[in-house]
Write a protein that binds this ligand. Structure first.
Ligand SMILES: Cc1cc2nc3c(=O)[nH]c(=O)nc-3n(C[C@H](O)[C@H](O)[C@H](O)COP(=O)(O)O)c2cc1C
Length: 203
């Protein structure tokens, strides 16, 4: 599939999503602080320590992650599969399709020290309607219990699709804040949306 074909298909999906009332969400509506009831805030009113972990193949999600780190004072962590995806777009799309169908969980090159963080913001591109497989590896093995977590995501026209739902399932009961869904083409210019989302999460 060419990038153009992909985007045209994605645009059709986006229209459907909008009609269903869950299209391009910028998530300004008040959301529970991702810490919710069960995540522990640091004692003495200290600011929560935030990890902004993301996978990005083409740079859009990385740009959004940078805005979020700036808005929250959080640390950036690039989720990196041990074996990089092909740099050729079509080859990457085909590999991703197979991996997602097989529910593959590719090994990661490194892990952050989760003990340092109260809040983990997880970023992914929308790949075939769901999380990129390295992000699923990260979420399922991060030991997020006791952390507050939220998803930020970029897409090529399809919006959230199954990303938020799949993310919640993979978080296994950790308190999950409302997701930030941004079109990839706007990610670099989304500093204000990122800051507003972070504020609404209480960060
Ligand atoms: C393998 C692959 C699969 C994709 N699948 C979708 C999709 O299902 N829906 C969609 O809206 N965009 C899809 N896209 C487009 C990306 O989600 C979008 O370009 C995103 O902003 C890329 O983020 P990145 O630059 O951080 O990699 C796909 C892109 C790739 C490479």
């Amino acid at each position: 599939m060419t990038r153009r074909t992909f985007l045209m298909k994605s645009a059709a999906i986006a229209v459907g999503a909008f009609a269903a009332g869950c299209g391009e969400a910028q998530t300004p509506a008040p959301a529970p602080a991702p810490g919710g009831a069960s995540a522990k805030a640091p004692a003495g009113g200290a600011k929560r320590r935030v990890l902004v972990a993301y996978y990005s193949w083409g740079g859009n999600t990385k740009a959004l992650a940078g805005h979020l780190a700036a808005a929250t004072g959080g640390d950036l962590f690039a989720i990196t599969p041990k074996t990089a995806y092909p740099t050729d777009y079509n080859a990457c799309v085909e590999q991703a399709k197979k991996e997602i169908a097989a529910k593959a969980r590719p090994a990661l090159a490194a892990w952050p020290d989760f003990a340092q963080y109260d809040v983990v913001l997880v970023g992914t591109p929308n790949w075939w309607g769901t999380l990129a497989p390295p992000v699923s590896t990260f979420v399922e093995n991060a030991g997020l219990a006791g952390k507050a977590v939220a998803l930020f995501q970029t897409h090529g026209g399809g919006g959230a699709q199954r990303c938020e739902r799949d993310f919640k399932a993979q978080c296994k009961g950790a308190p999950v804040g409302r997701a930030l869904i941004i079109s990839g083409s706007r990610a670099a210019r989304s500093g204000e949306a990122a800051a507003e989302w972070a504020r609404n999460l209480g960060l």
